[in-house]
Write a protein that binds this ligand. Sequence first.
Ligand SMILES: Cc1cc2nc3c(=O)[nH]c(=O)nc-3n(C[C@H](O)[C@H](O)[C@H](O)COP(=O)(O)OP(=O)(O)OC[C@H]3O[C@@H](n4cnc5c(N)ncnc54)[C@H](O)[C@@H]3O)c2cc1C
Length: 290
Amino acid sequence: MKHLQNIPLKNYCTYRIGGTARDIYFPESPEELVDIVRRHRAQRLPYWIHGGGANTLFPDNEILLPIISTSEMTATRFDGETVFAEAGKIMDAWVLECLREGLGGVECLSGIPGTLGGALFMNAGAYGHEISDQLQSVTILTRDSRVIELSKEECGFGYRKAEALREAVILSAVWSPPRSEPKALLAKRKEILAKRKEKQPLEFPSAGSVFKRPEGAYASQLIDQAGLKGARVGGAQVSEKHAGFIINVDDATCQDVLDLVELCRKTVRERFGYELELEQCLCPFCPDHK
Ligand SMILES: Cc1cc2nc3c(=O)[nH]c(=O)nc-3n(C[C@H](O)[C@H](O)[C@H](O)COP(=O)(O)OP(=O)(O)OC[C@H]3O[C@@H](n4cnc5c(N)ncnc54)[C@H](O)[C@@H]3O)c2cc1C
């Protein structure tokens, strides 16, 4: 298993923010991932499971917490009506492969960055569809270090969450997307990618929507109506194009992003009474990690 030391975390997240990681491990199979997690647990050592870093904010300082990356676990198998993939498979590459195979229902997920493991953990979605929609089962390492298979129903999926996966390590999953015409699916993908490019500030580093959608409102609209479009703390800015995104415009630090998050929360709370909940994951040791 590859093991790198003293690596800038900026290279491992879409925000392009973070100090150095003392250790990053790259298991190449679910078995190697289980093995390294069990070894850390046996010694009561904490660790951080890392997918694509498209929803993660790393701290600015050196982190001693070992990072276990799934990026080398990318096996995918099509078997008739089902598709199996390991957790580190890049979701957008998987979507494209499904569409080319004539497996539909996942085309609306086109363009979402990150891995399938991260997407399942977050129940990522867009345009009314979620990664859990076509899911059959997920294989996980449980909190007490057993490898088990959960059905879709057992995962407890909700809006940007999966209750039963919160403390699990996701190893692989199987989906059964419905058959459809590849040409039409690929045309839909093109449409979705164009929409994303038009609406999202893809020209700047970010980690997508910062806040979950509060009940009965849209976080981006509330932030916009609070006059915070373009608001800046250090190198972090509320995107002018999409107020739900915080972008890294000039070497932003983790603290810049967190201060801007707090400004948005406070202003929206005071103006409209909504409590904005963070969608993004703070790696432990981020300044205000609780
Ligand atoms: C430009 C942009 C656009 C985006 N648009 C969308 C969108 O439309 N919809 C949407 O839902 N999201 C969107 N996102 C956010 C992000 O793409 C998703 O949340 C994605 O699913 C994160 O996957 P990841 O592999 O990068 O996760 P990471 O950031 O690596 O990890 C996220 C969380 O999952 C955990 N995790 C990762 N892998 C595993 C595993 N194998 N087992 C257990 N835990 C694991 C991590 O520990 C962490 O807590 C966007 C992000 C960007 C940058």
